[in-house]
Design a protein around this ligand. Structure first.
Ligand code: ZN
Ligand code: ZN
Ligand code: ZN
Length: 371
């Protein structure tokens, strides 16, 4: 993973993590494989059996415990953490315990291997209370800082370029299978700068009525709506966009529904204002679709948070009354799905700012007709 952020950024994140630890009475934060480690240190551990762990005491210096053979891959961040390489014959969990002392409360990374947690329980189980790292990290991770917003913008722009190629007719559709088009889109995501492709849904005709359709050997023909929903990871941050195109002259029923969808998506984006509950974004989009007569065909939440992970907090769903904060990044992706006939979805990533919602995708929102 390339490191976009500066040492200052990591220092700031560790400082804010310590603030959250103080708020929640956490004595030590232990993060391993997963996104919290690169978020705090710029280093992404390979998901190996050998332990890599960042030990962040609330007061003392942070230390990265790492297999000696992996240590050369770490870009050191002076003042952020020190490196503690361990040898093949060392017990790395004992090393972590030494560094952490005997905490009353330890926050454990969600995606740490269970084997290491079980060993920690063996060391501390009787006196230490274990909580999830999300207690400390969720508020931080939701509120994207400037480096993260820049990374999301770059990933969004790269996905936009692929969407524009689709809408320009540069990606052949007629006579090709969904799977072939999915492979084509995936290659273009990489060509535009993504490091990995996370998904490339291509659903034609009635298949588009299944929101997470797996691209298959259905051949795309004139008269099909083609729903594409794709994204990848670029410099550690995710893109995610949905655009639909129509092969041939747009069916009037489809055009009518799409006009409602387009208005609903714009209403959802506009509702993404700081201080407004997350569920308001869902309600705003859903109101338009219901008023258009398609309410029963909008069968999922309106959006999800996005960052180092393709789906993360906050979720734009009824029941989530958490107020939107500056730096929250999320999708707005209402859909209309008529089983057996067609489906459609329109998705942008939005970042909430003090000046209002900022969409990271700007490729054409219309249902483009291709021949
Ligand atoms: Zn998507
Ligand atoms: Zn999405
Ligand atoms: Zn629009």
């Amino acid at each position: 993973m390339s490191t976009l952020a500066s040492t200052t950024t990591y220092l700031d994140r560790i400082r804010r993590a310590r603030g959250a630890m103080a708020d929640h009475d956490v004595d030590v934060l232990l993060v391993s494989v997963g996104s919290d480690l690169p978020y705090l240190s710029g280093y992404e551990a390979m998901p190996l059996e050998r332990l890599t762990m960042l030990v962040v005491p609330r007061d003392g210096e942070a230390t990265m415990v790492i297999p000696r053979l992996e240590a050369p891959r770490v870009v050191e961040q002076p003042g952020v953490f020190s490196l503690q390489p361990w040898n093949e014959t060392d017990d790395p969990v004992a090393l972590v315990c030494e560094l952490a002392g005997r905490p009353d409360v330890a926050a454990i990374g969600d995606t740490m291997w269970a084997r290491f947690l079980v060993e920690l329980l063996g060391h501390w189980g009787s006196t230490t209370r274990f909580v999830r790292s999300t207690t400390v990290m969720n508020e931080l991770r939701m509120r994207k800082d400037a480096a993260e917003i820049a990374a999301l913008q770059a990933a969004g722009a790269a996905a936009d370029r692929v969407a524009a190629q689709l809408q320009a007719g540069d990606i052949p559709l007629e006579g090709r299978t969904e799977a072939q088009v999915s492979a084509d889109i995936s290659a273009r995501l990489i060509a535009e700068g993504h490091d990995v492709v996370n998904f490339a849904i291509v659903a034609a005709g009635a298949n588009a009525a299944s929101p997470h359709h797996h691209a298959g050997d259905r051949v795309i023909r004139t008269g099909d709506i083609v729903l594409t929903d794709f994204g990848g990871t670029m410099a550690g941050y995710c893109s995610d966009i949905t655009r639909c195109v129509f092969l041939g002259e747009i069916d009037p029923e489809v055009a009518d529904a799409y006009a409602v969808l387009h208005e609903a998506q714009a209403a959802g984006v506009a509702a993404g204002v700081v201080g407004v509950p997350c569920e308001e974004v869902d309600r705003a989009a859903r109101r338009v679709i219901a008023a258009g007569g398609y309410g029963e065909y909008f069968i999922h939440r309106t959006g999800h948070g996005i960052g180092m992970e393709a789906h993360e907090d906050p979720y734009m769903v009824e029941g989530n009354s958490m107020p939107i904060e500056p730096g929250h990044a999320f999708s707005v992706e209402p859909g209309i799905y008529v089983a057996g006939k067609w489906g459609m979805r329109l998705e942008d990533i939005v970042v909430a700012t003090a000046d209002g919602p900022m969409a990271l995708n700007s490729s054409n929102h219309a249902l483009v007709a291709l021949t």
